[in-house]
Design a protein around this ligand. Sequence first.
Ligand SMILES: [Zn+2]
Length: 290
Amino acid sequence: MPLVPMQEILKDAKEKGYAVGSFNSIDLQMARGVIEAAEAERAPVILCHAEVHFKYTPMEKAANILLHEASSAKVPVAVLLDHGKSFESAIKAMYAGFQAVMIDGSQFPYEENVRLTSELVKVAHTLGAAVEGELGRVARPRSGGAEGQEDDAVIRDTSLYTEPEMAADFAERTEIDALACSFGTVHGVYLEKPKLDLKRLNRIAELTGLPIVMHGGSGLSQEDFSDSIKNGVCKINYYTNMALATAEYVKTKLLSQERAFYHDISQWSIDAIREDTISAIRMFGSSGRA
Ligand SMILES: [Zn+2]
């Protein structure tokens, strides 16, 4: 039961009321750590690679790694391009083997986002691939700790939040398979405690009928996750916490030994990714769902 379409994974999550983790995996170690965690927890997972990380691992190389790891997994795994910046990169990703693509048109004016996203959906659906769109903006506050384009936005700038009625129109006109929306989370590290607008989230899920995607999942509480899942979130993007925790673990291990080899670093990385991913999977309620 290895590589499966993201639509299938999200359908099960929506029906049964849990969320699937989408874990950014920039190399083989990360992908292996995530798959080991998913197999240990018998959980479906999404392996993803973000365009902002192409500088570390180009798309085609990442596609080979992620598809290979997904194909040999003992649990359902979908492989997704995360935060595709353009129509062209989303097409290239599907050509490279990604069977799900996220197109982030949220920085464009509404009509431009609709046009870009719906054009991509036409091509993707012809190829049997899924599309995740974004409406409203999940900010990336300055000094937020995760790389990428930083925003001047502050966490509680509600003008960036997704409008439910607009989301319904967006879903209908684009025919996307999943919707990333903004209701109080941010990318990177939280500099203040987030306050989620669950009413808004619930209304968006109800009006669109779509699996809702939470971006900025690092640093939220169990209660935040559970409440979000109850109100429509079926997929949670998770990276920052895992990346920081793994680097911290490797640093501690290195400092504690007189001599280490590169292969030690590689193995420590896999171990740390696996442990952090296991705790995320448990918080998302996806353990035992595979
Ligand atoms: Zn994101």
